[in-house]
Design a binder for this molecule. Structure first.
Ligand code: MTE
Ligand code: HPA
Ligand code: MOS
Length: 767
């Protein structure tokens, strides 16, 4: 029964990843690979050395005299608005009178070469009157420093429900930030074009966001800014909003000096100037009845937003959407505050606040389980959501796969045997302990901001039968290009070889939402489907009238061959296209898609915000060296609800990468700012990310093969973000091993669970 359901069998035809060969042979082009045009300027940014203060004096006259330096720009040189805030206008491109975080851009140096720019950087003198620095969101909250209005999601009545609970547990959790560490640092290249316009090549997830921001800062219409994106060497949310600053700087210099300009951040600049995953500090209160049903749950989230809103208000909202993870809890009150601190504005990162919310309820359940002397998995399974359940935000769950994924993975891996093995091992070993945890995930698919859920695509069938496809989707390694090619090939009934996927360009596809929220393939794929179907209609209608002579017949093109009423004909794609062209019929089409059904009313915090949910469960095992505090993640086995995957390899890659990135966040990646707001983990020597040696020795992901009616592209569910959250299980697996060594350990729900914290936890005591 299990084997039938779990998609262990690989699909017969594998398209794979359209970019893979070019990537591994070094042929893929990133921003810094674009050939420089004669006269190109190199930009470097002078950023604030302190986290909060009033600029008393800034002197760059000498720096500007450096040989090779063309000009240094301050906020005074900006022709339009000095404003790049996406959700709220609270973030200047260049600091004016005050600085609000260490690393805040103050001046742009434009030079003939990077060395000259670098030399000038060291000659700039700045005097700043320091102001108090806040890095802790709870302190910011106490001083009423908020980036956006606080939010509250509520279902049922927790006050009455707690009165009925047999067991109540309260506690506090911390989750730290996470550096995106995309391989390609932030950067852009811009040059002036005719009619006072600029063209920008940007490493951005949001070409339209870059276009809008640059237009605003230059003080021109969006039609004067063209943004082109070939691909990103990773984004992970870090380039959803935060690519705009560098692109706008390059555009500004190109526009003002009428010369090409390139702005590429060095790794350490990128690390100190850009925001990261929002750290959260949270309080929880969980109440259970006799049978371990969770009757009530309260949580308060203090989000560390940094110095400007950026995407934090939207991230805050998704924390609330996912605060009960895969569980049905009838009474919930969840409150969230976006706190303003003097750190670089924190931003989107895979999961977009969801992981931060899920961690808290997992900690609350673990807390309850430890006190009740049961395995956390008992409480987890018991409270798993099902069809018909109402989420705290009002959406009624349909096609829930939460229990199914959980049951499949626990049966397949024989969780009882795993637990027994671990108990046996732990009773036989004093200084090495093992732990296991289960991590269910339920993630809502759609931008939580309903108006963002739309996309467009443009298809040109050329007269020789080759096809050019443009969409608003940005390729950042997640494989969306491959999926777009597949969607076009399948819909047109032709080989993928005939299709060229064009770069993402704002003059071909306009007003795009960023490639984010795991929704890129769904939104752009559906728009592409719409465009291809329009072309099909014209081709089919030609075949009906001119070839079959029967307007009622059924026409289909499959494997490039024309079928009439199910019968193969001698006509092929190419010949039909040529004939249609000579008849002066339009061989191009623009498709549009807006997700139906979804809505959300912020005034009551209720609605139906998600097209559908993605489910899954992972079992994570860890081994802790109890002398050293070091650990290894031994195994991760997941059953993941991929719908009917159209690209097994791409989806598997997303799951594997997401899991490892999630484990990194929970274990070894530690963003450290000192009290003055200076980033201490500012290079790869001080910020540790998972490498191939930290990948679990065993890592399997089986897809639950479901075929339910949903709004996913060709029923292939979104896969980008959800797998990251399986990594949360690593925290609890390690923590369980620590408790096995020392049941009195006071180790906190404080992520990441670094070896240092493990070591302290192993030898701590609550007595
Ligand atoms: N995978 C790779 N290789 N590189 C990335 O930058 N970004 C993640 C995820 N997977 C990312 C990735 C994030 S944050 C999101 S929202 C989705 O991909 C975006 O792409 P999708 O909408 O096509 O899933
Ligand atoms: N997810 C990711 N990015 C976003 C979202 C979201 O829900 N809303 C706005 N930007
Ligand atoms: Mo992803 S955090 O939505 O870019």
């Amino acid at each position: 029964m299990i084997d039938e359901k779990i998609n262990i069998k690989k699909p017969e035809t594998q398209f794979g990843n359209a970019d893979a060969a070019n990537h591994v042979t070094g042929r893929s082009i990133y921003v810094d690979d674009i050939p420089a045009i004669e006269g190109m300027l190199y930009l470097r940014i002078f950023d604030s050395p302190i986290a909060h203060g009033k600029i008393k004096k800034i002197d760059y006259a000498e720096a500007e005299q450096t040989e090779g330096v063309v000009k240094i720009f301050s906020y005074k040189d900006i022709p339009g608005e000095n404003q790049i805030g996406g959700i709220f206008p609270d973030e200047p491109l260049l600091a004016d009178e005050e600085v609000h975080f260490c690393g805040q851009p103050v001046l742009i140096i434009a030079a003939e070469n990077d060395d000259a720019a670098e030399e000038a950087l060291h000659k700039i003198k700045i005097e700043i009157d320091p102001l108090p620095v806040i890095t802790d969101p709870r302190i910011a909250f106490a001083q009423n420093k908020l980036l956006s209005p606080s939010r509250k999601f509520k279902i049922g009545d927790t006050t009455t429900a707690f009165a009925q609970c047999k067991y109540i547990f309260e506690g506090r959790t911390e989750t730290n930030g996470q550096e995106h560490l995309y391989l390609e640092t932030q950067g852009a290249y811009a040059y002036p074009t005719e009619h006072d316009s600029v063209k920008i090549f940007s490493s951005t997830q949001g070409p339209t966001q870059v276009q809008r921001t640059a237009a605003r800062v230059l003080g021109v219409g969006m039609n004067k800014v063209e943004v082109d994106v070939s691909r990103l060497g990773g984004g992970f949310g870090g380039k959803e909003d935060q690519a705009s600053a560098w692109a706008t700087m390059a555009a500004l210099v190109a526009y003002l000096l009428k010369r090409p300009a390139k702005c590429i951040l060095h790794r350490m600049e990128d690390m100190r100037m850009t925001g990261k995953r929002n750290p959260y500090s949270s309080d929880y209160k969980i109440g259970l009845d006799d049978n371990y049903n969770i009757l009530a749950y309260e949580a308060t989230f203090y989000q560390n937003g940094g110095a400007a809103a950026d995407l934090s208000p939207a991230i805050l909202e998704r924390t609330l959407f996912h605060c009960t993870n895969s569980y049905f809890v009838p009474n919930v009150t969840a409150t969230a505050h976006s706190c303003k601190t003097n750190l670089p504005p924190n931003t989107a990162f895979r999961g977009f606040g969801g992981p931060q919310g899920m961690f808290v309820i997992e900690a609350a359940i673990d807390h309850a389980a430890k006190n009740l002397g049961v395995d956390a998995s008992v409480i987890q399974r018991k409270n798993m959501m099902d069809d018909g359940n109402e989420m705290p935000y009002g959406q009624i769950i349909k096609n829930a796969e939460a229990k199914d994924c959980w049951d499949q993975v626990t049966v397949k891996c024989d969780i009882e045997a795993i637990k027994k093995d671990i108990n046996d091992f732990n009773s036989q070993n004093d200084l090495i302990k093992k732990g296991v945890a289960l991590m269910p995930v339920c993630f809502g698919i759609s931008f939580t901001n309903t108006m963002m859920n739309h996309a467009r695509a443009l298809v040109h069938v050329y007269s020789d039968g080759s096809v050019g496809v443009s969409t608003g989707a940005v390729e950042m390694g997640q494989g969306v290009n491959s999926k777009m090619i597949q969607v076009a090939a399948k819909t047109l009934g032709i080989s993928t070889d005939r299709i060229k996927l064009e770069s993402t360009n704002t003059t071909r596809v306009a007003n795009t939402s960023p490639s984010a929220a795991s929704s890129t393939a769904d939104l752009n794929g559906k728009a592409l489907l719409h465009a291809c179907n329009q072309v099909n209609e014209r081709l089919y209608s030609f075949v009906k009238t001119e070839i079959a002579g029967d307007t009622e017949c059924i026409v289909e093109i499959k494997d490039e061959q024309v079928y009439i009423n199910g019968e193969a004909t001698v006509h092929h794609w190419k010949s039909i296209v040529q004939q249609v062209f000579t008849k002066r019929i339009n061989l191009s089409a623009k498709g549009h898609y807006a997700t139906p059904v979804i809505h959300f009313d912020k005034s009551i915090e209720k609605g139906h915000p998600f097209a559908y949910h993605v489910y899954g469960t992972a079992i994570i095992r860890a081994t802790v060296d109890c002398l050293r505090g070091t650990y290894e993640i031994d195994a991760v086995h997941a059953v993941h609800d991929a719908g009917t995957s159209i690209n097994h390899l791409v989806d598997l890659g997303q799951c594997e990468g997401g899991i490892v990135q999630g484990i990194g966040w929970m274990t070894m990646e530690e963003v450290v700012y000192n009290e003055e707001g200076r980033l201490l983990s500012n290079a790869l020597s001080t910020y540790k990310i998972p490498d191939i040696y930290s990948v679990p020795k065993e890592l399997t992901v089986d897809f639950l093969n479901t075929d339910k009616n949903n709004l996913a592209i060709q029923k292939s569910k979104a896969v980008g973000e959800p797998p990251l959250m399986y990594g949360i299980g690593a925290f609890f697996a390690i923590r369980n091993a620590v408790i096995a060594f020392n049941p009195k350990s006071t180790i906190k729900y404080n992520a990441p669970i670094t070896p240092e914290k493990v070591l302290m936890g192993l030898y701590s005591s609550n007595e």
